[in-house]
Design a protein around this ligand. Sequence first.
Ligand code: ACO
Length: 334
Amino acid sequence: MFSVGIVGTGSYVPEKVITNVDLEKMVDTNDEWISSRTGIRERHMAPKDIPVSELCYQAGLRAIEDAQIAPEEVDLVIVATMTPDYAFPATACLVAARLGTKNAAAFDLETACTGFIYAAAAASQFVATGMYKTVLVIGGETMSKILNWEDRSTCILFGDGAGAAVLQPVKEGFGFLSFELGSDGSGGKLLSQPAGGSQCPASLETVKNNLHTLQMEGRGVYKFAVRIIGDVTLKVLEKVGLRRDEVDLFIPHQANIRIIDAAVKRLGISPHKVIINLYKYGNMSAASIPVALDESFKEGRISEGDTIVMVGFGAGLTWGACVLRWTKAGLKND
Ligand code: ACO
């Protein structure tokens, strides 16, 4: 089995920014409520005619450039998203066509906000076994397109964006050291988009009742999130025999500052090791972790050999974590 690491990263958010003050003009809310309850101050929003595949393409392109590879070298493209361009064809196929990764297989993976962790886990199996050498993993969302812009309890929370990573074999002892994934479908109703699938096909009635938009039971998700971040982090560290104080950088899914603060306090991880960018992006679901990883690297917060823990949780319910020992040096052994 090969060791598998991230040899290139990229991210992209649409230009348009919606501040909390902008939201005050749309729903009965205010900057003070949003900032103090969530930590979010602004988020980016894709124009009406820009689908998630465009955001994924931009992030993917940057990751390929960063990895210094040609698009033809990519063997597989995985897009993690809960806001695909279409039910089918898969967004990954559309993105692969635009990137010119003409030798690549492509598929979508949907585990909501845990999408990037699940996709990285899936991708790393292909590389570890030697079936593929180069996999492009993208987490991208256009959450703005599935929000009910009249529901103040949800529309203030989310943003649009995409983040990407190129996975390749790396030297032994580096790259992904462990993954821990989980799910509990009994909590599916806490967070869902009820209509538009085979359970409740689209009709005039479903549109009239706003059933194509995100519905959430916020308090239930909150409690689940605080518990699961702690549990899954301890499990993934235990798998490789690492202590909490050996973590150099902790990248949690960026849903709510209060969730992160409570979970980090419970774990006893030093706050200066925790990456927070939700104040400028909101919750970008599957994009939040890869965007935070890309920014952390480009801001010089990650060095060779650093131990990074990334933790996601979301609709499903799903959760996942990984331990990554950082190196960007892929093995050049074609
Ligand atoms: N502005 C002003 N008031 C508001 C707003 C708003 N935007 N939204 C809700 N309120 C009001 C409510 O109506 C309620 O009023 P009431 O007491 O008169 O009934 C009051 O504020 C308190 O509402 P709560 O829902 O109890 O507020 P809470 O402190 O729980 O915060 C929040 C709500 C921010 C949604 C929180 O529950 C949360 O972060 N939950 C987790 C959400 C999450 O992480 N979701 C994403 C998961 S990842 C994925 O898969 C997509």
